[in-house]
Design a protein around this ligand. Sequence first.
Ligand code: ZN
Length: 198
Amino acid sequence: MKYASDVVERAINEFSKLPGIGRKTAQRHVFFLLKSTDDEIDELVRVLKDLKEKVRHCSLCFNLTEVDPCPLCSNPERDRSMICVVEEPNDVVAVEKTGEFKGLYHCLGGVLSPLDGVGPDDLHIKELLARLDEQTTEVIIATNPNTEGEATALYLARLIKPLGIKISRIARGLPVGADLEYADEITLSRAFEGRISL
Ligand code: ZN
């Protein structure tokens, strides 16, 4: 069904492009917005513009940030001897919620996936190796517990182990195939405590 208003149609089309949003849900969002106040719409427009203009990747850890280096990298209270390697900025949020880890992070920007054409050069692996120095005593790999996540962990272990740095993998408690982002805090805390050396 098409609406008499071209603008309504265009809005529904735009919302339908968002992940997990079908046409039905997009219609509901558009009708909700039609009933919103001018202030609410202005704020929505502003935040969308700010997302594009102000948010970027930290040049050290590749987390999302508005200042470079990000607040985590520049926080003097963080333990600089440990680096937790994750796939995406969402995973930093998940690990931070556990309160279990006080070190620094490194976002790879994905995982090795030969079938999708993702190789080592497509991830922030070179930048990770460049960050490792005499301060670094342990690298904890917290990629998701699926085939690509495991393959990436083993690849990194082969690169980092010869440098004499302890390398471990979060383990126990996370079901295979699960996403770190959706793991509950207690499970993820246990996975950190029970990390195993690679
Ligand atoms: Zn950072």
